[in-house]
Design a binder for this molecule. Sequence first.
Ligand SMILES: *Cc1c(COP(=O)(O)O)cnc(C)c1O
Length: 252
Amino acid sequence: MNTGNTVLNNLRQLQDRISRTCERIGRPVDEVRLLLATKTVSPEKIRIALETGHTLIGENKIQELRDKFEELLSLPHENHFIGHLQSNKVKDLLKYDVSCIHSIDNFSIAETINNRLLPSGKTMDILVQVNTSGETSKFGIAPGLAPSLVERLSTLSQLRVKGLMTIGLFGNIDEKTRQNFQLLRQTRDTINALSIPGVVLTELSMGMSGDLEIAIEEGATIIRVGTAIFGERQYPDSYYWNENTPGNITTE
Ligand SMILES: *Cc1c(COP(=O)(O)O)cnc(C)c1O
């Protein structure tokens, strides 16, 4: 089967998984947005997916955002950034028309982005990445510290905190994964109950190829899916999720 057909078939099956889950629990299917997690995926493959009307893309690396930007310009789509962000890359990130960053987990990086946006008056949507699994291999702020971080972020004039993001437990998908997602939802509810001026968190970015059903059951509004659409990747995910992992491949 050629690549195009594979991507299209995968998307169809994924669509089925999403709608079956929504139906089963009585959630309107349009409450769940599909973000195409496109790390390592070629622009040609991404185009195939975009042409089906799924127009939300998430990259993990500025370099990949840059490399694919031109080739995807002619197709309508929206760029989110879902990878770990370093302050020396913020300037580059802002060149590529990113509308939302899912991975804010400290005030300093947010302040850097805010300061860069100030002269143009532009604003940026952000999500706070929460480490709900307690794994040290993952980025994200501890759940208990998320409310005070959101409170501080709300003072930055160019940023709009829209919700929370998490990556579920690695490996076995089980009740622990569900607990991670529940914790994210509870953390969102806790923050909303604080009635921080200007802050209403509506987005829960959680769920990937292996655990999207559980995420949808627990209230995901954005699921981030790569493998189930584009196939297996050649790099281990640790390359994208933790730059300190031994054996990481460094390309920048
Ligand atoms: C790669 C990635 C995904 C998608 O993972 P799959 O298991 O391939 O669906 C989702 N979120 C983030 C942050 C990722 O880096």
